[in-house]
Design a protein around this ligand. Structure first.
Ligand code: AP5
Ligand code: MG
Ligand code: ZN
Length: 215
């Protein structure tokens, strides 16, 4: 078949970025992620939209959702350019889910299931490469040399929204806006639930088996 079209859902810190990197490599598909796209364009001027803040960064640093107009456009362009893809970070509310259904069909919808106490530990301990974006964790996934990326030698930094206070707000926004999206795919019988609490390798073998069974 053509390259698979995969959606990966889960709370902040569930491991979407970690598993999407594996999927992109193993299935030779594009990793389309609104979080990374917005971080790369965080100072973009969106004042013409008449929304609460003038740049994506101001929404993200508060743990709030960036307005749909901005995000829908990013995803529409990225999906148009991709053959197969793994989509990570979108849709985050029901309006975005409706937009996505106009843009493309999906072959697999994965949901990484992780409890809330684990999410806070993962996010506050996460470090990311400032050069290539690779993910690490100060306890669960340490680089060979502290503070240095194994992949490219870049400096590892903490994301601005990974402070405990902002993490709590992101989880609240997730429960309010994104859990209905999970329910929506579940009710349509599309949701493939994967236990996200094992080690990254254990989760990866479940993810891979689920994709292979569904495609
Ligand atoms: P985004 O970047 O998408 O953040 P998020 O959804 O909050 O998810 P994260 O990236 O924090 O977590 P993840 O699931 O990717 O976990 P990871 O693999 O890194 O969005 C950021 C912001 O952008 C939003 O708050 C919003 O403002 C805006 N935005 C984005 N999309 C938007 C949209 N569609 N609409 C509106 N606004 C939008 O793993 C986390 C950590 O855990 C890492 O340190 C990792 O090493 C570790 N880890 C991973 N797996 C395991 C494991 N199995 N065991 C132990 N540790 C693990
Ligand atoms: Mg991520
Ligand atoms: Zn790197």
């Amino acid at each position: 078949m053509a390259e698979p079209r995969i959606l990966i859902l889960g709370a902040p810190g569930a491991g979407k970025g970690t598993q999407s990197a594996n999927i992109a490599e193993a299935y030779d598909v594009e990793h389309v992620t609104t979080g990374d796209a917005l971080r790369a364009n965080s100072e973009m001027d969106i004042s013409h939209l008449d929304v609460a803040h003038d740049t994506p960064r101001e929404f993200m640093d508060r743990g709030e959702l960036v307005p749909d107009e901005v995000v829908n456009e990013i995803v529409a362009q990225a999906l148009e350019a991709a053959d197969g893809f793994v989509l990570d970070g979108y849709p985050r509310n029901m309006d975005q889910a409706a937009e996505l259904s106009e843009m493309t069909d999906l072959d697999v919808v994965l949901y990484l299931d992780v409890t809330e106490s684990e999410l806070v530990d993962r996010l506050t301990g996460r470090r990311v490469c400032s050069e290539c974006g690779a993910n690490y964790h100060v306890e669960f996934d340490q680089p060979d040399e502290p503070g240095v990326c194994d992949e490219c030698g870049g400096e590892l930094i903490q994301r601005d929204d990974d402070t405990e206070e902002t993490v709590r707000e992101r989880l609240r926004v997730y429960r309010e806006n994104t859990e209905p999206v999970i329910d929506y795919y579940d009710e349509r019988g599309q949701l493939e639930r994967v236990d996200g609490e094992g080690t990254p390798d254990e989760v990866w073998s479940d993810v891979q088996a689920t994709i292979d069974a569904a495609t």
